[in-house]
Write a protein that binds this ligand. Structure first.
Ligand SMILES: Nc1ncnc2c1ncn2[C@@H]1O[C@H](COP(=O)(O)OP(=O)(O)OP(=O)(O)O)[C@@H](O)[C@H]1O
Length: 249
């Protein structure tokens, strides 16, 4: 069996003659964290949309843990193990942090009214473990409405962790964060490596250096380069296409 969690093979989307993603192939190993870099309009979000089923591809395949999920409906792809975090959080603002994690854990829509909030035994232990992992133990009883921007993002990461998504797609997880919040986010994400497979779109190079193993660079819808941080930072075409004459900041 393949040790790849996510295999994207020749993926293309044609928007009335414009290929926002053009013959992209990327393979991410189980437990790997892959960063997706690229200038505005390079196709990063569109690639995430194709993988998660938000947009239908015109050509190519997407496989999750060896299973072909190409152009499945979004909810089926989610059930096959792909979790996604958007820039706008999708938490339940009227529920506490703990309750949000419990809802995510149950994984069933409409489960809200039937939940036995508070949980017992193994369920409670798992929620406690994740509260510690995302650093929100002391805020477990707070309504999500009252969390800071950073805390809201960490809660959402916790919800993806508890859903046990095997491949997690993160679109700019540090957008709008302070330096301290960004550092903590790097810690949480580094802690997720190995247990989850991650594909992370991010512009903040300091953050990328903190978390990245391999980087894939997209340019005009195509893969321009792939390699470790040092390789990418010194890649002449990447410098020219994406990072400008000065190189990576
Ligand atoms: N539904 C669509 N129809 C037509 N063009 C689209 C559509 N969706 C995206 N595009 C175009 O595809 C290109 C890639 O967009 P995309 O949002 O994927 O880039 P990105 O790399 O995520 O950029 P950013 O860093 O700004 O978010 C852009 O030129 C965009 O205008």
């Amino acid at each position: 069996m393949s040790d790849m969690a996510l295999e994207v093979d020749g993926l293309t989307v044609d928007f009335s003659g414009f290929k926002a993603v053009d013959s992209v192939s990327v393979a991410v190993k189980k437990g790997e964290l892959r960063v997706l870099l690229g200038a505005n309009g390079a196709g990063k979000t569109t690639l995430m949309d194709l993988i998660s089923g938000k947009t239908r591809s015109t050509k190519g395949r997407v496989r999750v843990n060896g299973r072909d999920v190409t152009n499945w409906r979004e909810h089926r792809i989610a059930r096959a193990g792909i979790g996604r975090k958007f820039q706008i959080p999708s938490i339940f603002s009227g529920l506490t942090v703990r309750q949000n994690l419990e809802v995510a854990r149950s994984g069933k829509p409409g489960v809200l009214s039937n939940l036995n909030f508070g949980g017992k035994g193994a369920e409670k232990n798992q929620v406690d473990e994740i509260l510690a992992q995302i650093g929100l133990e002391e805020d477990a009883g707070r309504e999500a409405d009252f969390l800071s921007h950073g805390q809201t993002q960490w809660l959402e990461l916790g919800m993806l962790i508890i859903q046990n998504a095997s491949v997690i797609l993160l679109d700019e997880p540090t957008a709008g964060m302070t330096q301290a919040e960004t550092a903590k986010t790097a810690q949480i994400i580094n802690d997720m490596k190995g247990r989850h497979t991650l594909l992370v779109v991010e512009h903040d190079m300091a953050f990328v250096r903190d978390i990245a193993e391999r980087i894939t660079v997209l340019h005009l819808g195509k893969v321009l380069a792939e390699g470790n941080v040092a390789f990418i930072e010194n890649h002449p075409e990447v410098k020219a296409a994406y990072l400008g004459a000065q190189g990576i900041q």
